[in-house]
Design a protein around this ligand. Sequence first.
Ligand code: SF4
Ligand code: SF4
Ligand code: F3S
Length: 424
Amino acid sequence: MPEVYNWQLGRRATYRYEEKHPKEQFTFVFNTNRCIACQTCTMAHKSTWTFSKGQEYMWWNNVETKPYGGYPQFWDWKILKMLEQSNPGQNVWNVRKVDNEKPHGVYEGVTIFEAPEKIGLNQEAIGYVPTDEEWRFPNFGEDTAHGREFTQSREGTFGGDNGCKSVLPEHKIWFFYLQRICNHCTYPGCLAACPRKAIYKRQEDGIVLIDQSRCRGYKKCVEQCPYKKPMFRGTTRISEKCIACYPRIEGLDPLTEGDQMETRCMAACVGKIRLQGLVKVQNGRWVSQMDNPQYYLIRHRKVALPLYPQFGTEPNGYYIPSRHVPRAYSQQMFGPGVDHSIDQYMVPDRNLLAILQLFRTTQRIIFSYKVEKGPKIFETNIHGKKFTMHNDTVIGMNRKGKEIIRVTVEEPFYVRPEEHPGAI
Ligand code: SF4
Ligand code: SF4
Ligand code: F3S
């Protein structure tokens, strides 16, 4: 089986096909600290793409309450258990080896593509097809909190020590919202699994699509996508999945006069938790672009982390972990970079604070940003660290470098004139 380089694992890993990369990669950053689970993204998606007969159960975007929620039910718990059973106690991270090629250290366990060999299974990746019942309740467990102390027993986590030590205080009762769409993975499980070669990754933007004319409904994609994002349609007997709203990504929507647009689920986000973009890829590596908000948050500052990197698909959805969640749980979900990410997020510097203001401010894709310095407006101590806030202005630009959004760190407020008390 060929070997490919997976930067999230810091090592080469087996995959069905030879390494191949798009010119640009669709990426997104979700800030779980900000989500209010209003499900506006879910409905924006539903009303755009999956409102027809046979698509009733399709929620290409869903927001689930962790630790108990999941769509389909228990999807991550089941895959984690399968991974653990294939390599008991050995799915660990080595965080002593960190450099630019291995920004989060080295994963020394097995991925979903390596596990079958361990257990003598003749297929591309481990996986399962969810039952009808597991697909039945898209929001089962919403707002259901975990009520017991978590960290000492590591209850709910699988495998050995992930190399991270956390000493910060943690809430004893907690839950958080996990927003999910297809991750348009670099090494997709769905693509590797399809015997018809009906799934492909676009050269221009890395979006992963199912060719509807080739698909014959074998459901191997449903089985071997660890994130459970391809969904079988009973009325057509073929599968469908998130298409990353590619007409918008291509700039075909007349609303923005040719400017590339964020997807529907991103653009609708009320909580301003989402920022989507494209990163440049050259010779299989992300090009260093410090003025690209995606590159800056994911690769430079390592504030945004991949979802279950140990699965090995190199997912291109990234998350800022919730600061109140027990670290062992977050580390299982987002890898060993959790402590570093939260440390920065809790006490952001000037540049990071400015970029965080760009989330969900425009429907157009922000390709680059710059910051204009403003006056100091606030100073305090957070967990013993000095935090200073400046009212900087952050400006987002489109692909051509033209300004498309301008916001200040401090939200401006307007006093309604007394003669118009009811006016907006
Ligand atoms: Fe395929 Fe699943 Fe990755 Fe999407 S998340 S590209 S469906 S493996
Ligand atoms: Fe749906 Fe588009 Fe969001 Fe995918 S990117 S979940 S197709 S709205
Ligand atoms: Fe292939 Fe999935 Fe269709 S495995 S044939 S894309 S249902």
